[in-house]
Ligand binder design. Structure first.
Ligand SMILES: CC(C)(COP(=O)(O)OP(=O)(O)OC[C@H]1O[C@@H](n2cnc3c(N)ncnc32)[C@H](O)[C@@H]1OP(=O)(O)O)[C@@H](O)C(=O)NCCC(=O)NCCS
Length: 174
């Protein structure tokens, strides 16, 4: 069971199958998945993909957290993740995805900051990484605001990705 992570505006709770429909609807918005590779256009594969990611086991302290606002606690607005890179690690990826109506209010950054604190102070990870499409300026900015540093580029699925990394010791955490 993942711990609840609360922030001034947000309630982060372990993502469950109760969130499945909301996740599928969010992904069906082409603007949301524009820079993310996945089976978004195949309804059966899409459902299986999200179901598997909700129900598969993750190492202790890792997984997906659904984001809700304190002001509207019944309303799904997205998720943040902390999962083994490419499913197996050893690197751990941090990520964020919100419904379009929630963009532009600092919500991804606020949720991601709570996740970084959890990653470093509770799980004691030495670092987290994020691979972000080079055109995905909003997501690159979230990574930069977290203090993540650019460490290289790669190309896959015909898209160029920038790799960002945040190292616990660089933050002066104990
Ligand atoms: C990426 C995403 C999570 C950002 O959510 P958000 O809550 O709007 O992010 P924040 O408000 O915390 O920060 C976004 C920053 O990017 C900036 N930004 C937004 N659009 C931008 C653009 N087109 N060009 C440059 N900067 C941009 C914002 O101004 C803000 O920076 P600031 O605080 O310095 O002003 C959201 O856009 C999303 O869900 N996108 C679709 C899914 C996705 O691509 N996920 C990431 C995959 S790697």
């Amino acid at each position: 069971m993942l711990p609840a992570l609360d922030t001034p505006r947000l309630l982060l709770r372990e993502r469950t199958l109760a969130d499945l429909q909301s996740c599928l609807e969010m992904d069906r918005d082409a603007a949301v998945t524009r820079y993310v590779a996945g089976p978004w256009h195949d309804p059966v594969a899409h459902r299986q993909f999200v179901e598997y990611r909700i129900t598969r086991p993750y190492p202790p302290g890792l997984g997906y957290w659904t984001i809700r606002e304190r002001a509207e606690p019944d309303c799904f607005i997205g998720w943040v993740l902390l999962i083994p890179d490419h499913g197996t690690g050893p690197d751990v990826e941090i990520g964020w995805r919100l419904v379009r109506s929630a963009w532009g209010r600092g919500i991804a950054s606020e949720a991601a900051r709570a996740l970084v604190t959890h990653a470093f102070d509770t799980v004691r990870l030495p670092r987290v990484i994020a691979d972000i499409a080079a055109e995905n300026h909003a997501s690159l900015r979230v990574a930069q605001k977290l203090g993540m540093k650019w460490v290289g580029s790669d190309t896959s699925d015909g898209m160029r990705y920038e790799r960002y990394r945040l190292v616990r010791d660089d933050l002066g955490a104990d």
